[in-house]
Design a protein. Structure first.
Length: 396
């Protein structure tokens, strides 16, 4: 069992190295991790602020007045200075720290959702790029072979064995194929530039053919949408608990100093203040109930995210299996198509068959080879996505 796990690990590293390097470079370019690091820093500062405010929520008040009394010949000054500290002795605001911790976890899940979507998008783009490269190579080889046929047809036309019209029709087919290869070169250039926007100076990887290395359970347990939804539900419950505890008292302690310029007074005053504030806000309890209902609503969506993930796995796995079966059939019959192509070339040069028959056989063989490229690309794409999501390497 241990050997099997080690083998899977080595295989996954070997097969995924290039695409994962390209993906990580793209993550850095888009600064996903940097933004999350800033979120962590902001979250820690917010939590520190709440902790400090629990015992150090200070306020300072000062006022100055000048009074003119009818019985006194002169005005006199009064200065009041008060220094208070509101103490959360019962921890009524501690829920805010829990809410911030859950919020950070939720942001991490959101980051994982974005990373997964980015990876799938990149794999699709890279697969299309590689597929187009293979198609271009196929068409170039096909075009080179037909150009050799065209040279032989030119000699036959000079001898009068074939008509100028037949030669022209063949030439038109070559021109059409040349335009197709030019269009593909242009598409390849555009895709290359687009991919290099995400990962500058990084070589575009070639996706290697791979089997499914992980189980369905490995894939399903990586579900960042479900995780985020669960965390958001927990955050709503935490906020509801905080509102329910809003009735808990707060202690206010302080000192006051009053400087009196009134000659009839008994001098300056010094005071120590302590008070208890117990809020009774019915609205908070109603809002807490609303948050509990929201949490229940979010929890009810968990089954939806589970089904979505199961459907995603089923679709990709079945596409992979279907591609495997189709490739087997196409490869088994490819030799027969190539033999037919070889035979029809000889027959056409000897004028045993007409141009339409010749082109029909060539197009059939070319279409089979195109199908092999397309289906092989589909198989590689699905295996790459399934393996890398199930491994969890995307979320690191």
């Amino acid at each position: 069992m241990t050997k099997k796990i080690i083998l899977l690990f080595i295989l996954s590293i070997t097969l995924n190295a290039d695409i994962i390097d390209f993906y990580k470079k793209t993550v850095n370019t888009l600064q996903y991790n940097k933004r999350y690091a800033l979120s962590i820093e902001a979250n820690k500062l917010s939590q520190s602020g709440i902790i400090y405010n629990k015992y150090a929520n200070f306020s300072f008040n000062a006022d100055y007045s000048k009074t003119k009394a009818q019985t006194l010949p002169n005005t006199f000054d009064t200065t009041n200075i008060t220094f208070n500290d509101t103490i959360d002795l019962f921890g009524k605001n501690s829920y805010k720290i829990d809410a911030l911790a859950l919020d950070l976890q939720s942001k991490k899940s959101m980051l994982n959702i974005q990373k997964e979507q980015l990876f799938i998008s990149l794999v699709n783009m890279i697969t299309l790029y590689n597929k187009t490269l293979q198609q271009l190579s196929l068409y170039k080889t096909f075009l080179s072979g037909q150009e050799e046929i065209y040279k032989k047809l030119q000699k036959l036309q000079q001898k009068g064995a074939i008509t100028s019209m037949d030669l022209l029709r063949f030439k038109n087919q070559l021109t059409s194929l040349e335009i197709k290869t030019m269009n593909q070169k242009n598409e390849i250039l555009k895709m290359k530039k687009q991919l290099h926007l995400y990962a500058p100076n990084q070589q575009i990887p070639t996706l290697q053919e791979s089997k499914i290395l992980y189980s369905k359970e490995d894939f399903l347990c990586k579900n960042p949408k479900l995780t985020r939804n669960t965390l958001d539900a927990q955050k709503s419950l935490t906020q509801a608990k905080g509102l329910e505890n809003s009735y808990l008292p707060e202690i206010t302690a302080g000192v006051a100093y009053q400087k009196l310029g009134d000659p009839t007074s008994y001098g300056n005053n010094h005071s120590f203040i302590i008070g208890v504030q117990i809020p009774f806000n019915i609205g908070n309890f109603k809002e807490a109930q609303a948050l509990k209902v929201k949490a229940l609503y979010l929890k009810s969506k968990n089954i939806q995210y589970k089904i979505q993930r199961q459907n995603e796995y089923t679709t990709r796995y079945q596409d992979y299996k279907n591609a495997t079966q189709q490739l087997k059939v196409l490869h088994e019959n490819l030799h027969d198509y190539e033999q037919s192509e070889k035979t029809i070339k000889t027959a056409y040069l000897r004028q045993f068959v007409d141009f339409n028959t010749y082109i029909q056989v060539l197009v059939q063989t070319l279409h089979v080879k195109e199908q092999i490229i397309a289906i092989k690309s589909k198989k590689v794409l699905e295996a790459t996505i399934l393996n890398n999501i199930a491994s969890g390497v995307l979320y690191e």
